[in-house]
Ligand binder design. Structure first.
Ligand SMILES: [Zn+2]
Length: 303
């Protein structure tokens, strides 16, 4: 089995990105995997803490159980997404315990999110998780910068945020962060934002985000690791495709497929229909929108 670290490096070199799909509902796992295989792509199934706290993913253990039931290792692996040190409601989280549990369950990579901490604290927390992940031979993702959206309430006006570059990952901080934390992949803030999850906002369509591609290129040249784009739903397509050429090698997609599942379930009342809606949407995303069909043999090459 080719290591996931190598697969993401291959994607970086090939100018493509590994899509990572969030699964806030367990029945989403099977159709996601089926669509990835049918499009001869390679993807990650991922679960974030908020998906078992605020949605119905259940927890890292049940997600792993469902994943390993359907897995096709040449096409899909399992990633632990956002485990925040301080969560979207400002609460401290026992992140190390959750991450160690996931490593024990066989997750192929993990993420710690210290982005609400100071730079020094974020480095320290990430260092701890990266060491623990590396002992088990798996990569660690971290986040630097402010990727908004998970917090309660509406987003600040997007155009103002983008124009000011407020919260964007800073180049000098990124350089130091990667060197000192030992993280393998870095999630950056370059104009992207998370889909809203709070009641009253979670059904809203995301506004079309842009990316500061010049800033992305500078960041990518400053750090020796692949970069990750969170909030992949709703970013204008030309920006997403260009980002794959400028250092983004993993892209997280959550809102788009969650809403496909929820709206189908609401209108039909059938889980099987909601699963087919997810299958269709994933196929469209991989095949048409992101152009990431047929990348399997390219990214799984042994180096
Ligand atoms: Zn994220």
């Amino acid at each position: 089995m080719v290591e996931l670290r190598v697969i993401v490096q291959n994607a970086l070199k090939a100018g493509v990105a590994i899509p990572a799909f969030n699964v806030p509902y367990l029945p989403m796992i099977e159709p996601v995997i089926r669509a990835v295989v049918d499009h001869d792509s390679f993807a990650l199934i991922e679960t974030a803490r908020l998906e078992w706290v605020k949605f119905k993913a259940g927890g890292p253990e049940v997600v792993a159980k469902e994943f390993f039931r359907w897995q096709v290792p040449d096409h899909v692996r399992l990633h632990l997404d956002h485990v925040p040190v301080i969560d979207e409601d400002g609460q401290r989280v026992d992140y190390l315990q959750i991450i160690q549990q996931a490593i024990g369950l066989g997750y192929h990579s993990v993420m710690v999110d210290g982005s609400r901490l100071s730079l020094d604290e974020n480095i320290a927390a990430t260092r701890q998780v990266a060491d623990s992940a590396h002992k088990s031979g798996i990569p660690c993702e971290a986040e630097l910068g402010a990727i908004l959206g998970h917090e309660a309430g509406p987003l600040p006006p997007y155009d103002e945020l983008f124009a000011s570059g407020q919260g964007f990952t800073k180049v000098d901080e990124a350089r130091r962060f990667v060197a000192e934390s030992g993280c393998d992949w870095l999630s950056v803030a370059i104009g992207n934002f998370h889909g809203a999850i709070s009641e009253g906002y979670k059904d809203q369509k995301k506004i079309a985000a842009r990316l500061d591609l010049e800033h992305l290129e500078t960041l990518s040249k400053a750090v020796p690791v692949p970069l990750v784009l969170h909030g992949g739903s709703g970013i204008s397509r030309e920006y997403v495709l260009a980002s794959f050429q400028k250092g983004i090698a993993k892209i997280n997609i959550a809102t788009e497929i969650r809403q496909a599942y929820e709206s189908s379930l609401q209108s039909t009342g059938k889980i099987s229909s909601a699963q087919e809606a997810v299958y269709e949407r994933i196929g469209w995303l991989i095949g048409e929108y992101f152009g990431l069909g047929n990348i399997q043999s390219k990214v799984t090459q042994q180096v």
